[in-house]
Write a protein that binds this ligand. Sequence first.
Ligand SMILES: NC(=O)c1ccc[n+]([C@@H]2O[C@H](COP(=O)([O-])OP(=O)(O)OC[C@H]3O[C@@H](n4cnc5c(N)ncnc54)[C@H](OP(=O)(O)O)[C@@H]3O)[C@@H](O)[C@H]2O)c1
Length: 267
Amino acid sequence: MSSAEYIYSSCSVTAFLEQPLLHSRGTNGIGLDTVIALSSASPKYHVIIGARNLAKGETVLQDLQSKPTTQGTLSLLELDMTSDVSIAEATKKLEAEFNHLDVLINNAGICPESGDGLFPTRDTMRAMFETNVYGPTILTEALIPLLKRSSAPRVVNVSSTMGSIGAISDHGSEFAAVRLPGYRMSKAALNMLTAYQYFQLKGEGFRIWSFCPGYVVTDLGRDREDRVAQGIESSETSAQGLREIVEGKRDGEVGGFLGRRGDNYEW
Ligand SMILES: NC(=O)c1ccc[n+]([C@@H]2O[C@H](COP(=O)([O-])OP(=O)(O)OC[C@H]3O[C@@H](n4cnc5c(N)ncnc54)[C@H](OP(=O)(O)O)[C@@H]3O)[C@@H](O)[C@H]2O)c1
């Protein structure tokens, strides 16, 4: 491995455009806050920002590159997790530009459900599975050769305790009552992907986790104001949790379903 560490993270670009970065607390998605946390953590990190909208990504890239707190280097990669063509093109670009990849953070996710508990339509379920499950599956598979060239490849699938079958099996728990069936199924499937990937790849030195970023203020549920009014925490706290995994502080819990602040969830 060269002295640089190459990290790919998808980024919440839409949210960034709503307010200047200096006022990012509580207004940015988890992906963007993770890019900020990692690029300000160490000059040895090169953070590759994945964005499906290149114009939004460019704005983020330029803003971060001009911040005095940014220590590492950054680049931008166009990537739509629902498109095999986009994943193939992005993989080709990464292979042309980098000799290895150290960390892959599969953060992109959607939750187009209303919370009314009705079962989603086929189209809504398909949309969630395309982004939350099929995208991370196909992207990770495509990037295995580049990750294998790292001395310590790490993959983090950003999941949710909403996908925990253990948690919903406790019918008295706060988690059991949340009425987002399609989203919950998609995150349960993502957790199986993590467990499967880890079983298959641990022999080759891969470290793989699911990570729940916690219930934080972002645009995921289109209820930003409600979350702010409830005093829900900023997604910067989620980014710190992801940073700890990247820095190796959770290596002892490899293969697990982690949360912020040392949390470790049941599948
Ligand atoms: N917020 C929470 O409380 C919470 C709790 C548990 C888990 N999570 C998980 O955390 C992750 C990040 O969500 P968030 O809360 O930060 O929500 P968010 O603010 O809505 O950000 C989601 C990001 O995913 C990107 N994205 C969506 N579809 C994509 C696609 N097809 N290709 C590429 N990128 C795509 C969006 O891109 P654009 O910028 O182009 O829209 C956006 O940047 C998700 O996996 C979510 O399930 C969040």
